[in-house]
Design a protein around this ligand. Sequence first.
Ligand code: 13P
Length: 252
Amino acid sequence: MRTKIVAGNWKMNNDINSSITLINDIKNGLAQKELNVKVVICPPFTSLSIASELIKNTPIKLGAQNMYFEKSGAFTGEISPLMLKSVGCEYVILGHSERRTIFGETNQLINKKIKSAVDNGLKPIFCIGETLEERELGKTFEVVETQIREGLQGISETELSDLIIAYEPVWAIGTGKNATPEQAEEVHLFIRDLISKIYSQKFAENLIIQYGGSVKPENSKDLMSKPNIDGALVGGACLIADSFIKIIESAQ
Ligand code: 13P
């Protein structure tokens, strides 16, 4: 039985003050609720410290949106896994399509980051997904397979025990046009089968595969009721406490 995970990727939004407000609103909205879903928030680096304080003694967990693979050194502007651990992060989003397309991250770089995250005790939320052009050319499975094979290259099943995969079709991110539950389920099933071929069936069965891309309270229940969709990675809708809470509730 897989426990669903709903994670909020804040992207480059919220300064300290608005972070405090949003976290308090999420906390209050979730208080007294019996949660059988895991909840993760991923604020920008500058708000991680305050977020960590505010979520103490709540079921909410903390994640970062990116990291570099080295532990320390002359890497101006970068953040290391040890720094994320020290501020209270348990999760880290890696390979987000915005990192790939805007900042040129390759599967090879993402592979190093995933290896470093697991070596340093962080749970990677590894994002993959095809562009609209790739989908229209019928290349979805091919693209997703390459991202997975290259992203996880040389990393063992034991090392990946805390891996989460987030399937985020690029054409669905920030467009308001989510994949239909059927479209998402088809790819999630493909991912699980592929993982069982690369690793073991048991590992594949336990793997959490989230869907991301225009998840809203209006579509989250239908998406997450599919057998292979184990939660959501939410962008825009996680910036409004009420919508984020509704999405969490719909995963119950
Ligand atoms: P939206 O929910 O805004 O489409 O963003 C999805 C996403 O990129 C989450 O990582």
